[in-house]
Design a protein around this ligand. Structure first.
Ligand code: BG6
Length: 496
């Protein structure tokens, strides 16, 4: 974002859920980073709304404490001082009309104007807030002012609830006013996928079923369920990660080139791709999706208790903390190329990466050499923790006989670029301030994502045998996930 030097137009940011974790951990640190980069307008204000009765000073102090604790931001920095002067607090219940009358008075004291409403609240209140904002006429736009709403995830818990939520939001807002966030789209390396694929002549001609054997998408976490037991036990890995973050990666890796870098063009291609994903029948849902739950083990040398022993988790919970899926895409580019997706908690390594495995070269020429097998060519896009791109290929070991070794060409972002402090939310907030919704999800994209996983949720709820397979905390997941690939004569790229 360093290349975009324009500060956003004057606006007020209203945060619902202002005393919550998300505001402290991510939003405020992102706003401080935006202030440092001079991306915020001079006449900018934040109104935080929460249920607790706090005065402005106490609220600012809580945010300052969060900034030091979560973003390691030095106390009393000039960026924080600049921002904190613009922050006020409004206590009130989200379903009480009075909250909105008070808010309307505060906004008109600032001359009405542009407003960005950030719903950093539990999903159950998303549509309560928008309905109240609608009733108070706070969502009405005219040629001189915009009104936009950022909606956090999770967006629904299944296809029906996502459709209902879209319907409710769209009763008070138009589609371009809604910014459905997926923080994966704010990650630099996720955005770099577009540049790698479409800004280079080298890759795109090979990016299809003629040259690619399969694709692996891994988002592995070392953290367990921690303090989020009640949310997670009702959610599970599939709902928490797949129709959102993993599908974002899938869409960017597999979509057709958009004609322009514009919201409409990019979003249309992403939706089109999801639409081509083969829908699971009941048998496929049981065969091509593996779920796991961690039992006690060690992560980074530290003992981790079993998931079922976590706070606010049922002692006989059947919620999955790991899921692996084999997905097929029914279009000309990808027919026959499996996409293996996996994600899980309490795994041995924190690693998010995409592996593009190219087809093997024919072996014939090597028949009379000591070579037993040719190496594979993998293009690996590492997203987390450190960002890199590597390409592996075979090279001849020096010496009189033909021995092929696997070697790597590697590009590390940190060695080439000055990485600026970022939470991943800066770009997303900036785009919303400037009215660019390329990196946000449309109603259609959200619903298509749920449509793909819905048969899996249905199959699991019908079959008790879907109770997850166990894996030890600190391992690479259940062995059944390895069998998912072994069945096709393939294996996961090891974590190490
Ligand atoms: C969130 C999920 O959306 O993404 C969490 O609710 C998960 O369970 C997190 O840990 C992963 O995000 P990141 O940026 O750490 O990969």
């Amino acid at each position: 974002m360093a290349a975009r030097l324009e500060p956003a137009p004057v606006f007020t940011l209203v945060i619902f859920g202002a005393t919550g974790d998300l505001t402290k951990r991510l939003l405020v640190p992102a706003l401080v980073n935006l202030a440092r980069g001079k991306f915020l307008p001079k006449d900018f204000a934040i109104i935080g709304i929460g249920r607790s009765a706090l005065d402005d000073e106490t609220f600012r102090k809580e945010l300052a404490d969060g900034l030091t604790a979560f973003a390691k931001h030095p106390r009393g920095s000039s960026d924080w001082t600049w921002l904190s002067r613009r922050i006020t607090y409004l206590g009130g219940d989200f379903s009480d009309q009075k909250t909105y009358t008070d808010l309307a008075a505060r906004l008109s004291a600032r001359g009405g104007g542009n407003v960005l409403f950030y719903l950093a609240t539990p999903p159950s209140v998303f549509s309560i807030v928008t309905a109240q904002l609608g009733k108070a006429s706070l969502l009405r736009e005219d040629g001189k002012r915009w009104r936009r709403v950022i909606v956090e995830k999770p967006f629904g818990t299944d296809l029906r609830s996502a459709q209902e939520l879209n319907k409710k939001l769209l009763a008070d807002l138009s589609e371009p006013q809604i910014y459905r966030i997926d923080h994966y789209l704010g990650k630099e390396t996720v955005q770099n996928i577009n540049v790698l694929r479409f800004g280079n002549g080298l890759f795109e001609p090979l990016w299809n079923r003629n040259h690619i054997d399969h694709v692996q998408i891994t988002v592995a976490e070392t953290v367990g369920v921690e303090t989020r037991g009640s949310f997670y036990d009702a959610t599970g890995a599939l709902r928490d990660m797949v129709p959102n973050h993993l599908f974002q990666l899938l869409e960017l890796i597999a979509m057709e080139p958009p004609s322009r870098f514009s919201a409409d063009a990019v979003r249309a291609e992403k939706s089109e791709l999801l639409d081509a994903v083969h829908t699971f029948g009941h048998r496929d849902a049981m065969r091509n999706v593996v779920c796991g739950q961690y039992v006690a083990g060690k992560v980074d040398g530290k003992a981790v208790a079993a998931y079922r022993q976590s706070k606010n988790v049922a002692p006989d919970s059947a919620t999955e903390t790991y899921v692996a899926l084999k997905i097929m895409i029914d279009n000309w580019r990808w027919a026959g190329v499996p996409f293996y997706l996996r994600t899980g908690k309490a795994l041995g390594r924190r690693r998010s990466e995409i592996v593009i495995r190219f087809k093997q070269a024919p072996f014939a020429m090597f028949r009379e050499t000591p070579v037993e097998q040719l190496v594979s060519n993998d293009l690996v896009l590492r997203l987390q923790p450190e960002e890199s791109i590597t390409l592996s290929f075979g090279a001849k070991q020096p010496g009189p006989s033909i021995v092929v070794d696997q070697v790597e060409m590697r590009f590390d972002y940190k060695n080439h670029f000055d990485l600026v402090a970022s939470t991943g939310y800066e770009t997303l907030i900036y785009d919303c301030m400037t009215g660019d919704n390329t990196l946000f999800k449309s109603a259609q994209e959200i619903e298509t994502g749920w449509r793909i996983v819905q048969p899996v949720l249905d199959a699991w709820s019908r079959r008790r045998s879907a109770v997850p397979f166990s894996y030890a905390a600190g391992s690479s997941g259940p062995k059944e996930a390895d069998e998912l690939l072994a069945r096709d004569g393939r294996q996961w790229r090891p974590f190490a």
